[in-house]
Structure formats: structure tokens, C-alpha cells
Design a protein around this ligand. Structure first.
Ligand code: GDP
Length: 666
């Protein structure tokens, strides 16, 4: 019957979910009245449940957008807060508590907020209606309710009682209508009372003659008229039993025959009918306006979609898949590049103890023990784990994850979990296999000669570097200049030593002071630039070092070093052989136990822990973490919803047209 209202309420709900746009407005019934006028009682009588918060301390601080949805065949009534996603709430005490909490979340200092609370109530016993409950007008300001609050409430109400909304002005019968702020506001904005319904509550508190007088409304005529109600049964002020209230109301109006006249409208039932009727008519009037508005909005949205995204569609799901794919792709690239040679490279760095550190060590065995003893397994494994973790950090901080810090954390968490689970086995394996080396390192002839070769190569490389650097200095400074500076440095050194000796001699002899001596010296000598002196010192250092390297090379190439039996004469070669053996073992086990395992497991964990774990909501949320994607999705959603609304509206327009063509059955 009231199909138009029902359909347009559905449409209104969809439009509200896109935005609270002023242009896409469908009429709603706005309930205004002073505090304690009986506003809540009327609303509860219409709904048939007690669900509004009660109390003296301004319990309505936000507008409540109440959508009643007639659901024939549904046994149980329930409420829903679409903004909160709590699901169906069958217990209306809980609805009441939730409303109370939502209202109380507005701080006392702000008094009221114009952010609406959406509440939907589904029941077989409610008509399809949208009602907006607003904070009650306050009459007299006092300490708790200052003038400022009074204005704020009035402003809020003014915002809602605009076209095309229907105003339900609630006044108590026992208060002079002239004092009703609800009627006053309505007259200001709707002077003819074309869209105002007067609801006179507490009819039981006035004599029937007075009551009838008020309802005839000769002082404040309203086009839509007045309806009198009684919304409380006596002695039942706390718990309202709706059927008892309605029974009481019916009995009351039956008792008083004066209310039984044709031009007098009383009772909650009549009020409901009236609301349905008025809303249906109002919806009908709004239909063509909203069709135009939606059409315009839809065209604009389609245009934007074309211009901004070239009609390219994206979904949260496809975005998640793309992001994860690129992670896996990058991971695969990394895994492909990080194999034995890379592990070897990392570990070799660790084992390449600088030859200088043990050069003076004659006891080669001691050095070998030091190398094999100290938890090489742990160290090498840790080193590779660190390198892997660094790389994973890099992968998860790649561009596609910059908007998803939580997911980054999650990935790093299970990455380190996998590492932890492999760490001990790997390092134990390495440790176990090198254990025999702690007692004895057997070296075959070929291993030895390889070791010698490698050591020679190393030293030659270093020597070449030394020469290169020395040459650089020579070229920068100039050969003869450098030579002179070097001579000066050497002279000064010699002079220094001599001076030192003389000072000591003087001190021993006991004549003259050291100061005398200091001023007496320094004949005319060329003055050298301190930077040049620095260079000269560097060149000298390199010369010394090259000399030592040459000695070491000579040792390695000598007959002494031809055989492993002489390892005590060739510590470099021997330690090199040990380092090579350790590295080989470590690389092998780290590759098998750590790398392969990790490379196998990681992509599976990504699927198990990220992709398969996400529900629809989380997928949406993930996509919306990325602002450009969120914008894209929002525009698409807007377009889809507007298209859906347009379809529904077209159907309604056609239906209205059909109905107007057909003559009404009499
Ligand atoms: P609100 O502040 O405008 O929402 O008013 P309420 O609905 O909370 O009602 C204020 C007081 O008036 C409460 O104590 C109600 O029990 C009482 N009340 C509401 N309707 C009636 C009625 O029809 N008759 C009588 N006698 N009292 C009523």
C-alpha cells in the first residue's frame, strides 16, 4: 500500500550511505518539542518499544535518525546501528543503553552535536517511516543549561525542520500552546502549517472541554491538524508496557464522549496512520525532484570516473591481490639472487681475520683453535639471518606497502618467526660439522697448495693497493717535492731522537734547563706545508707496509711453504686453509637449513597468514589504507549506488505514471 514510502526509504538509506548530501534529500519526519513534553513517549508509542534513553541530564545530545522498517512475517523485532556494525539487537534495553552511551559520548562542554546517530528498527508492527528525534527545547536557562545551549539546540532543530521534512511539533496539553517552542519554530519556517502536525500529549491531564479546545486549534491553525494522545498508563512511569499504554489510551478516549467527534483526532493509532499518509504524500511530491537530483549527481559522478580513472575499475580484492603478488614477485627475485655465492661472500668477510692480527703468533695451532672454537656456527648463521632480515625489511618497505604499516609489521613478525624456528638447527648443524676441526685440522697437499695460492693472491692484491695509493700520492704532490718532504720528515725524526737524547743527557748532567735548549735551535730551514708533511708520512707508511708485504710474499713462495708439514712457518696459508674449510661447511648448511627452508616457507606464510585470513571487511580496510585507492573505490561505490538508486527511482516513476492513467476504482 505504502510502497512508495517503503521504496523511497530504502533509497534514502542508500543515499545516506554515500554522503549526507543536502541535494539528495528525501522527506523525513522531524520530532521537536520541549523537554518533558512527552516526545520520547510518543516515539516509543509509535514504535511499540521502550528504547529511548531517559534521564534529566540532557540525555538526547545528538539527532537520532530512526528508520522504521515494516517487516511482515518477522516474529521478533530488532534494532540495528548501521554505523556501529553490531548486528541485530533483539533486546531493546540494549538499544536504549547504546543510545545512552552514544549520546553521553558528546562532552558536556559541547552540549549537543549535530552528528546523527542512525538507528533502524525492524518489526511487523511498525509502519515504514523515517523519524528524526532531536534534543528537546529548553525553556528557561539555568546554571546547568546556559543560554548558549538553548541557542545551540534551536539551531540544530532549525537545520532539521527545513523542507522537505515534516515537522511533528510535540506539546503537552497542560502547557499553554502559546509557550510551545516547537510551534513557534514551525510557524517561523512553515507559516501556513502546511507540513506541520501538532501532537498534544498528556491529554489525560486536562479536562475534556479544554482538550477538545486545544485540538480544534483555532488559535494556531495547522493544515495537517492536531492529534491528541495519552502515552502513559497511570502508576507506570518507569516501565512502559506498550500494549497496556495503548489500552489505557483507548479506554481514556472512549470514556470521554467529547473526543468522539468527527473533526477531533485522537490516539496513537490515528497518529501513526496520519504519519504514514502524510509521509507517503510528501514522498510522492519529492519523487520527481529527487529523480532530477540523482540523475544530475549520477552524470557528474560518471564524468568524474571517466576523467579521473578513464572508467578503470578497481576492487579491494584486486588491490590486495596485486599488492601481495608484487611482494611475492620481489621476494622471488631476491631469493633467486641470494644463493650460495652470496652467503659465502657474507661469511668470507667474517672469516677474513686480518693477517696482522695474528701475524706475530708463532703458535699457529693456537690461532686455529681460536677460529674454530668461538661459535662459528652461531656467528655465521646470525650473519646470514641479519642479511636476510635487512633484505626483508627492504622488501616490505617497498612502495606498495607504504600505506600499510600494520601489514608490514605482520610480515616482519612472521619472517622473524620463521628465522627463529630455523636458527638453532642451522647453527647447531654448522657447529657440529666443524667440531672435529677443534681437535685437529687435516690438510691434504692440494688443500694446502690452494691455501698458499689464495694467501699469495690476497697479499698481492694488498700490495697492488699499496702501490696504487703510493703512486696516487706521488702524482698528486709531485715526485721531487714528495722526496724532499720525506727527507725532511726523516731528518726531523732523527733530529727529534737526537734532541731527546741530549735532553736526557743534560738532565743527567744537571746544568741548564730544557727551555734554554728549545729556543737555541732552529736554523733557517725550508718551511713545509703541514698537508705536505701529512702526505709524506702517509707515503712513508705505505713504503714500510709494502716492504713487509713483500717479505710475507717471499715467505709464502719459499721452499718452506711448499708442504703442510711446515705450517708453523706459514701461518697465513694455514689459517687460510682453515677459514676456507669453515666457510665451505657453514655455507652448505646455511643454504640447506636456513635459506632453502625460508625461501620455501615465506610465500606460503604470506598466503596463510595474510591472504586467507582476511575477511571482506579487512580486505576493504586494507584497500582503503591507500588514499588514492580509497578515493577510487569511493567514487566507484558512489557511481554503483547512484545507478542502483536511479533504477529504483525509474521503476517508481513508471509506477506512479501507470497509476495516474488508470481511473481509480470507486
Ligand atoms: P520528553 O522529555 O519530551 O521526551 O518527555 P518524556 O516522554 O520523557 O515524558 C516526560 C514525562 O511526562 C515523563 O514522566 C512521562 O511519564 C510523562 N508523560 C508522557 N506522556 C504522558 C501522558 O500522556 N500522560 C501523562 N500523565 N504523563 C505523560
Amino acid at each position: 500500500l505504502m510502497l512508495l514510502t517503503k521504496k523511497l526509504i530504502e533509497i534514502r538509506t542508500i543515499l545516506l550511505s554515500i554522503d549526507h548530501n543536502e541535494t539528495l534529500k528525501l522527506p523525513s519526519i522531524v520530532v521537536v518539542g520541549s523537554q518533558s513534553s512527552g516526545k520520547s513517549s510518543v516515539l516509543e508509542a509509535i514504535v511499540g518499544h521502550e528504547f529511548l534513553p531517559k534521564g534529566n541530564n540532557m540525555v538526547t545530545r545528538r539527532p537520532i535518525e530512526l528508520t522504521l522498517i515494516h517487516t511482515p512475517g518477522e516474529d521478533e523485532d530488532y534494532g540495528e546501528f548501521p554505523q556501529l556494525g553490531l548486528g541485530k539487537i533483539h533486546d531493546f534495553k540494549k538499544v536504549q543503553k547504546t543510545l545512552f552511551d552514544l549520546n553521553m559520548a558528546v562532552p558536556e562542554s559541547e552540549c549537543v552535536s549535530d552528528e546523527p546517530i542512525e538507528l533502524r528498527i525492524y518489526s511487523a508492527n511498525v509502519p515504514d517511516l523515517t523519524l528524526i528525534d532531536l534534543p528537546g527545547y529548553i525553556q528557561i536557562s539555568n546554571r546547568n543549561q546556559p543560554e548558549m545551549l538553548k541557542h545551540k539546540i534551536e539551531e540544530l532543530c532549525d537545520k532539521y525542520i527545513r523542507e522537505p521534512n515534516i515537522i511533528l511539533a510535540v506539546c503537552a496539553a497542560n502547557v499553554d500552546l502559546a509557550n510551545s517552542p516547537a510551534l513557534r519554530a514551525s510557524r517561523r519556517i512553515d507559516p501556513l502549517g502546511m507540513r506541520t502536525i501538532g501532537v498534544i500529549t498528556k491529554m489525560d491531564l486536562v479536562a475534556p472541554e479544554v482538550g477538545v479546545g486545544i485540538l480544534r486549534n483555532s488559535d494556531y491553525p495547522l493544515h495537517l491538524g492536531y492529534i491528541g494522545v495519552v502515552c502513559r498508563s497511570p502508576g507506570d512511569s518507569l516501565r512502559t508496557n506498550s500494549s497496556a499504554v495503548i489500552k489505557h489510551e483507548q479506554d481514556f478516549f472512549h470514556q470521554h464522549l467529547m473526543y468522539n467527534q468527527r473533526d477531533i483526532h485522537v490516539g496513537t493509532g490515528t497518529l501513526r496512520q496520519k504519519l504514514m499518509h502524510v509521509l507517503e504524500q510528501s514522498m510522492g511530491r519529492s519523487l520527481y525532484g529527487i529523480v532530477d537530483a540523482v540523475q544530475l549527481e549520477l552524470e557528474e559522478t560518471r564524468y568524474q570516473f571517466k576523467v579521473q580513472y578513464n572508467d578503470r575499475r578497481v576492487t579491494a580484492e584486486s588491490y590486495v591481490a596485486e599488492t601481495i603478488d608484487s611482494l611475492k614477485h620481489n621476494f622471488k627475485d631476491f631469493a633467486g639472487q641470494f644463493g650460495k655465492p652470496q652467503v659465502r661472500h657474507e661469511i668470507a668477510d667474517l672469516n677474513k681475520a686480518s693477517p696482522d692480527d695474528f701475524y706475530w703468533l708463532y703458535k699457529v695451532d693456537l690461532a686455529a683453535a681460536a677460529l674454530t672454537k668461538s661459535g662459528i656456527g652461531r656467528m655465521t648463521t646470525q650473519l646470514v639471518v641479519d642479511v636476510l632480515m635487512n633484505n626483508m625489511e627492504r622488501l616490505t618497505h617497498a612502495e606498495q606497502f607504504q600505506h600499510h604499516p600494520d601489514t608490514q609489521k605482520q610480515i616482519m613478525n612472521f619472517t622473524s618467526e620463521i628465522m627463529r624456528s630455523k636458527f638453532l638447527t642451522t647453527s647447531d648443524q654448522v657447529e657440529n660439522t666443524i667440531k672435529p676441526y677443534k681437535y685437529e685440522v687435516e690438510v691434504t697437499d692440494s688443500e694446502w697448495s690452494e691455501g698458499v695460492k689464495r694467501s699469495i693472491l690476497l697479499l698481492e692484491k694488498e700490495l697492488a693497493m699499496c702501490d696504487q695509493m703510493a703512486n696516487n700520492i706521488k702524482n698528486a704532490v709531485g715526485k721531487s717535492k714528495l722526496k724532499a718532504a720525506i727527507r725532511h720528515v726523516l731528518d726531523a725524526d732523527r733530529e727529534d731522537t737526537r734532541r731527546q737524547e741530549r735532553l736526557q743527557q743534560l738532565a743527567k748532567d744537571g746544568n741548564g734547563s730544557s727551555e734554554d735548549y728549545i729556543y737555541e735551535d732552529d736554523d733557517v730551514k725550508p718551511i713545509y706545508n703541514p698537508r705536505l708533511i701529512e702526505k709524506a708520512k702517509e707515503a712513508l707508511f705505505l713504503r714500510d707496509r709494502a716492504m713487509i708485504l713483500k717479505y710475507r710474499l717471499a715467505a709464502l713462495k719459499s721452499r718452506q711453504c711448499k708442504s703442510a708439514d711446515n705450517k708453523q712457518y706459514c701461518p697465513e696459508a694455514f689459517l687460510n686453509v682453515i677459514a676456507e674449510k669453515l666457510t665451505y661447511t657453514a655455507v652448505m648448511f646455511i643454504q640447506v637449513e636456513l635459506l632453502n627452508e625460508f625461501f620455501f616457507q615465506f610465500p606460503r606464510e604470506v598466503d596463510d597468514r595474510l591472504v586467507y585470513q582476511m575477511n571482506r571487511r579487512q580486505i576493504q580496510q586494507f584497500a582503503k589504507e591507500n588514499p588514492p585507492i580509497a578515493k577510487h573505490l569511493a567514487l566507484m561505490e558512489r557511481k554503483t549506488k547512484l545507478e542502483e538508486v536511479m533504477d529504483k527511482l525509474n521503476y517508481l516513476v513508471k509506477r506512479q505514471a501507470d497509476r495516474q492513467e488508470k481511473p481509480k476504482p470507486t
